[in-house]
Design a protein around this ligand. Structure first.
Ligand SMILES: Nc1ncnc2c1ncn2[C@@H]1O[C@H](COP(=O)(O)OP(=O)(O)OP(=O)(O)O)[C@@H](O)[C@H]1O
Length: 376
């Protein structure tokens, strides 16, 4: 295995502790995302891995090759075999695309093979990889923002690095371009088979692009896993809210499961017995119109449609649970959308999160609308 491994990384600037024992890994040939809100320490970790900053303690290695260990051992950035695609303005404006891409190719690449230099062949190879064959003679100002980022990626890939890091690479692009380029970059990295780390504060970007996600908060990795694992099984309420829309309702954990307004639900968390918060995704709340349910069906809880909001490809449906004063937000693909006032039976599919104490708090860094059950 020669993926990236970070163990116990600590870093302070003066008296300000920024990283507090970061453990993270990206398996060889995969794309990992380092995801967290602004100021949590992502750039600091990227700079430590690239060798632009020195560790206070901990280890950074690629496979068995140690790049940095504590304050003592520090391989110089140019010897690390780590490529970085910076945020924006990444290209040298006075150099052609070919010269930009060739920038990191040292002497070894001047050797001639079959009548042309390895350098020339490599430039063509990486430009083809990023879909820019024929652009070698162009100047950066002749390219769109998306094309410039693809050249920056080609430049980082050219010297065949052991690791490539992308620092918020899509930030400067308009949203319409972003998702297309993300998908292209994902494919280029997989085709190249290079180990890569995407640094971003955008949950959707991390979840849709990476093979694995490490969630950073205040200088610590709070949770790591596949995008599906961290989205479906967040480690606390704050992480749940940061990663997507949530429904939060009060509940109590007993021997049969969590008792709450939506019935007795099965928790995946190992919460303590007693009162706390049930946290789930709106798309896990399902409902049937009461007149479609057989009279003897007693699953779910009864309620009514309190409101319906058109959301393009689906609808947001607010459901009021009978006798509890609880209103929850669900999503529905029904056409036509259910009528306001319609009687329903509400069910929850799968397991839910149940958090108590500190884990139930939101930490105030969620980026998405939170729908806490209100009273109707
Ligand atoms: N050279 C430095 N000297 C002093 N403080 C620093 C230095 N670099 C970073 N910091 C501090 O470390 C903290 C983390 O910064 P960092 O840039 O790593 O966060 P980030 O998660 O990358 O944020 P962003 O997404 O906004 O770039 C911040 O409080 C920042 O002010």
């Amino acid at each position: 295995m020669s993926g990236l491994v970070v163990e116990g990384a600590e870093k302070s600037f003066g008296r300000t502790g920024v990283l507090h024992g970061v453990d993270m890994s990206v398996p060889e040939g995969s794309l990992g995302a380092l995801l967290g809100p602004s100021g949590c320490g992502k750039t600091t970790l990227l700079r430590l891995v690239a060798g632009f900053e020195r560790l206070d303690s901990g280890t950074i290695r690629i496979g068995e090759r140690v790049l940095a260990q504590g304050r003592g051992s520090h391989v110089r950035p140019e010897r690390r075999g780590v490529g970085v695609v910076p945020q924006e303005g990444a290209l040298f404006p006075h150099m052609s695309v070919a010269r930009n891409v060739a920038f990191g190719l040292g002497r070894g690449w001047r050797e001639r093979v079959g009548g042309r230099t390895r350098r020339r062949a490599r430039i063509e190879e990486v430009l083809e990889l990023v879909g820019l064959t024929g652009y070698a003679a162009r100047m950066p100002y002749e390219l769109s923002g998306g094309q410039q980022q693809r050249v920056a990626l080609a430049r980082a890939l050219a010297p065949e690095p052991a690791l490539i890091m992308l620092d918020e690479p899509f930030n400067a692009l308009d949203p319409a371009l972003r998702s297309g380029l993300r998908e292209e970059v994902r494919q280029v990295l997989h085709t190249a088979g290079v180990t890569a780390l995407l640094v971003t504060h955008d949950p959707e970007e991390a979840l849709s692009t990476a093979d694995s996600v490490a969630l950073m908060r205040e200088g610590e990795i709070m949770q790591s896993g596949t995008p599906r694992e961290v989205y479906e099984r967040p480690g606390d309420a704050g992480l749940a809210k940061y990663l997507g829309e949530t429904v939060v309702i009060p509940g109590e954990l007993g021997s049969a499961g969590v008792e709450c307004a939506l019935g007795t639900l099965v928790p995946y968390t190992e919460g303590q017995r007693g009162e706390g918060s049930v946290v789930l995704r709106p798309e896990r709340i399902e409902f049937d119109l009461a007149d479609e349910v057989p009279a003897d069906f007693d699953g779910g809880v009864p309620g009514r449609v309190a409101d319906v909001v058109f959301a393009g490809h689906d609808s947001v449906v607010y459901l009021a649970v009978d006798g509890s004063g609880t209103r929850v937000r669900a999503r529905s693909h029904r056409h036509p959308a259910p009528a306001i006032g319609a009687r329903v039976r509400i069910r929850v599919s799968g397991e839910v999160a149940f958090f108590t104490g500190e884990a139930a708090r939101a930490h105030g860094w969620e980026t998405r609308p939170t729908v806490t059950a209100g009273h109707s």
